[in-house]
Design a protein around this ligand. Sequence first.
Ligand code: GMT
Length: 378
Amino acid sequence: MNIAIVCYPTFGGSGVVATELGIALAARGHEIHFITYHQPVRLEALKNSNIHFHEVNVPDYPLFKYQPYELALSSRLVDVVKNSRIDVLHVHYAIPHAYAAYMAKKMLLDEGILIPIVTTLHGTDITLVGSHPFYRPAVTFSINHSDRVTAVSESLKQDTLRLFDIKTKIDVVPNFIDTDKIERLGKPCERDLLAQKDEKILTHISNFRPLKRIMDVIAVFEQIAPTIPCKLMMVGEGPEKLKAIEYVESKGLDDRILFLGNSNEIDKILCYSDLFLLPSEKESFGLSALEAMAHGVPVISSNAGGISEVNKEGYSGYLANIGDVETLSARAKELLSDTQLHARFKKQAKKQASLFSLEKIIVKYEAIYSDASASIQF
Ligand code: GMT
């Protein structure tokens, strides 16, 4: 099929999922067209000849206080659908992508072209931004006018039904991980460069927004560090980073807590990690936890949103209530101080991640595309 994918091209989970999905679909022979404002970060090079990238440009015009991205995007969608004979439009993140797709669909209809829209809801487009009264009517409308709607977890589906007046069926299609690729990468990794032999490595990866509770990550580290030699890798960029760095420096922990910034070397970082920390306040799925588990890294997380659908209590890791640093720390200590238990959880984390393997999930999207194409009518 000729599939157009609209996403945020950044390090955020929705962009990563959309990009990995496009790459995997291309490998299965589909023609993939990414449409976004710059090349997605995980699409390092356009290696595959059936992957195309169409940039959305928004010319700066001084009259506009806010440049109309949705308008530029919907116009670009019309062009790409016509010129590249697109069969299905898959938009990731409702705002403003589902809205722009609906406008494009209507413009194309005027020219006798019928294009099905598949919308994938990722989390903050529903729980944080989309449900705000300023956006809710437009988000409700865009979801209800999509031909197929998917949510990345059951928890997100339920949040969507609770927060919006939804008339469309929502299918849960969980996020996925290319477990074979991780096996192909192989081991060992260059762990010695970062830590001593007896030191454990804890890792957190996120966009450092307040809802990720990165001060809890640091608090957990502080509780573990006096009894277990360890280091903490903080990967990502975002609004809470400066506060965290200042705190770490004030406590003299800057040689043990390292801020690595955004990285395309997630596989390497996870390869040498012993434990992954994700104490978020909201999380529709927790893709970074799944990535960690696929590398055999047990996860200590909160039980917010859909995380418990991914991280299984007492199997792939442990969960605690939001903000319960005491329990998170106690569980982390338990795992790090018992070699046999840790080895068992590493194996179990991998096994749990395999439930979300690329090959299991990609066929679900293919079926949804076929169904959306077949059932759409003038
Ligand atoms: O908050 C983030 O991590 C970014 C955000 C996004 O929009 O990219 O992530 C959301 O989508 C991911 C992919 O489906 C999910 O794994 C994250 O749990 C979800 N974030 C939230 O719900 C806060």
